[in-house]
Design a protein around this ligand. Sequence first.
Ligand code: PRX
Length: 635
Amino acid sequence: MTKHIVTSQVEYDLAYKASIENPEKFWGEFAEQEFTWHKKWDKVLDYDLYTPEIKWFEGAKLNITENCIDRHLATRGEQTAIIFEANDPKEDPLHITYNELAKNVNKTANMLKANGAKKGDRICLYMPMTPELAYAVLACARIGAIHSVVFAGFSAKSLSDRIMDAKCNIVVTADGGYRGNKITPLKGIVDEALMSCDCVEKVIVLNRTNSKIAMEYGRDIWWQDEFAKASDVCPAEVMDAEDILFILYTSGSTGKPKGMVHTCGGYMVYANYSFRNVFQYQEGDIYWCTADIGWITGHSYIVYGPLCAGATTVMFEGVPSYPDMGRFWEIVEKHKVNIFYTAPTAIRSLATCDMNLVTKHDLSSLKTLGTVGEPINLEAWEWYDEHIGKKNCPIVDTWWQTETGGIMISSLAGVTKDIPTYATLPLPGIQPCLMDDNGKEITSAEAEGRLCIKHPWPSMARTIYGNHQRYAETYFSTFPGNYFTGDGARRDTEGNYRITGRVDDIVIVSGHNLGTAEIENAINEHTLVAESAVVGYPHDVKGNSIYAYVTLKDVRSESSEVSIENEIRDLVSRTLGPICKPEKIQFTTGLPKTRSGKIMRRILRKIAEGDTSNLGDISTLLNPECVEEVIQGKV
Ligand code: PRX
């Protein structure tokens, strides 16, 4: 039988081969050996990538929380499941055991039920990174409600769009969230969001910051009051493998964010499989992923993957810069972290700091490092390797997406080779390919093209909530029969992949996936704006930053442009959240367009990047004369 959790290159080769030759056997065996099911599946995989329709473990019955919690209690009930490190380093960390986690999740589940939550309901979680967020996620899963976690940095408008899209009936939030020396007024943002939502019946509010907030009678209740009343016994709802576990929104290249739908069985199998293989997790390891649970990384690799493996997972409430830029390393030392997983943008900003902030901490507990979210540049990789890993820790550069549910291409720590700036090899079960511009697969070993996946894997998103057509068009229409990732990649002669970045209208800023169309829509809301075009350009720390070209309705004096610029930034910040704010704004009298009126973003992207050497043929444009003006006006 194939060894699924591999510990050598040879075992990886064998597992990969087995997974390609007979995916159903490969995943069926792993699923059977490693998890608690109420009923086994009728069929491991049923799929059609043209429609597209994908079903894994159809007919199987399970509850993911029994796999993440209950089954551990007999053997590791007193082991720490979650270490909570608060924003304020003076606040004592919490060590929550699996026994305590079980009780707290059950209490939270009963609290949700007492407030009307039922199987299949959508529940929005807009919360700080406190253990209660993990309890709420797991409590939804426990009772078969679908969680939709919205990152607590999003604006009221973004929050209300997401609540309405999924028609959530309950919102769980906190009075406020600590972030460094600031408090985000979460409940106030929820109140504003709910002014335009009529689907929400209850708001459960965790008191985290003792902020003064308004509570709406009949709608708003305090977490602490309800939690205290709730029983700590809650049987798990028995779910079908293909029932929805959660919805998580990600930016789209055309306007509205997409609610990616993940289902119970396949997601669980692959979150566990990828966590254990990539990080080579060993019993007793302290594992810390610095992401927020508001992103897929937090779902799969703070909550579900580690807990399903019975690991100890660290949850950090704060930010890397508070109280100083040494905070990450202080936490590594304090909790003797063995596996550390973060984003290139964090590494780049920490690399520019006073080295004393690193060297004064004992980082000798570290044995594996990871990165995720965007390509990591060589300098950042080398700094991470030398100063954090002391040249003694493998670095897993993990490529994946909200849509893929789990890590797709990565080295396996200490098992397969890591290569700076390369995500390297696909995990067993993952069949990447590169496509040329004509939609043909490039079969030569060494190649560069658009990255697709040709065969289903267990944790792939099954649809976009409420819009299967958009799912089909976005991911399966460009290269029919294949899942198109939206990324470009290069492959070397040994089959290692290097991700070169997005090839669509999505820009990754500090690891956050932003849709340029959505930002343009927000800018266009300004009464003086005629039209705008948003592109990304390289930024030393953030990876990319946002550059907005804006044409105004009136030609104004320069001083008023300055104030309009500030207004535009404010508007974007209020509409979408501060992370979407354009760094640079250039006012133009026109934007280069095709004869059919489409803005030529390709040209604008090059100009923003400062590379005007090869703009291609501009003579066929509707208004070629404006290109020179745009170049001259670059900010
Ligand atoms: O462009 C790729 C980039 O992040 C995108 C997915 O973003 P999101 O859905 O927010 O998920 C981020 C966390 C999984 C991808 O399409 N990306 C992610 N990881 C890497 C990466 N680019 C290069 N290298 C990576 N390791």
